[in-house]
Design a binder for this molecule. Structure first.
Ligand code: SF4
Length: 201
């Protein structure tokens, strides 16, 4: 290849790759992984994914830690139930290959601009997660489920998977902003993410 050809090729490589990547929770690209009854869209979270496509940002889909542990017929759980050495170890295991990619990308001039989780999730919540001291155990022992359902509340904490991701990143001296989609108000979340991408917040 001539020098001119090489310069042209390098130009094309730079032109078609903006070197920006975002990590997103699995179910934002595949709602089927969610606990039965919790889906708020049919397949992908359209508003968010369209925004990322329009901005030319590469997407890495994080694995779903709950799906990998308990499958598609699992019951909905709260943070306290997942706060176990076993689940934490599993979260570390499944994030490690992604962490390796992040390190390699950053080392080579790519930018991992954010992680987007799902607020309310006991695993992937960023600013909010569901919590209960009572939720769990043998359902048949309750006359009705209202008394334990009423104990479930949202607290301003991250879910277990996001906590572990943050810790693993910090251990590797990486700081990546963590954002979230609030499933009851995705439009508002996407506006905030859009503002973040523009550098306004
Ligand atoms: S654990 Fe995370 S990725 Fe899996 S369904 Fe819940 S929020 Fe989505």
């Amino acid at each position: 290849m001539t020098n001119n050809g090489l310069i042209w090729l390098l130009g094309l490589i730079c032109l078609y790759r903006n070197k920006k990547i975002i990590l997103i929770s699995h179910c934002l690209l595949n709602v089927n992984a969610k606990v039965n009854g919790l889906a708020k869209y049919k397949g992908v979270q359209n508003e968010l994914i369209k925004l990322l496509i329009d901005q030319g940002i590469g997407i890495i889909q994080l694995p779903c830690p709950e799906m990998g542990c308990a499958g598609i017929r699992r019951w909905g759980q709260v943070k306290e139930q997942l706060d176990t050495p076993y689940f934490i170890k599993y979260c570390n295991e499944i994030f490690t290959p992604i962490l390796d990619q992040v390190i390699d990308y950053q080392k080579n001039g790519y930018k991992v601009i954010a992680i987007i989780g799902v607020d309310g999730s006991p695993s992937c919540g960023v600013g909010q997660t569901c919590s209960s001291e009572k939720w769990g155990g043998e359902l048949a022992n309750y006359q009705n489920t209202e008394e334990i359902k009423n104990d479930i509340k949202m607290v301003n904490e991250s879910g277990i998977f996001m906590e572990q991701i943050k810790r693993l990143l910090e251990d590797n001296h990486l700081y990546i902003p963590m954002l979230s989609v609030e499933e009851d108000n995705p439009a508002n979340s996407v506006v905030n993410i859009q503002r973040f991408l523009k550098g306004e917040i």
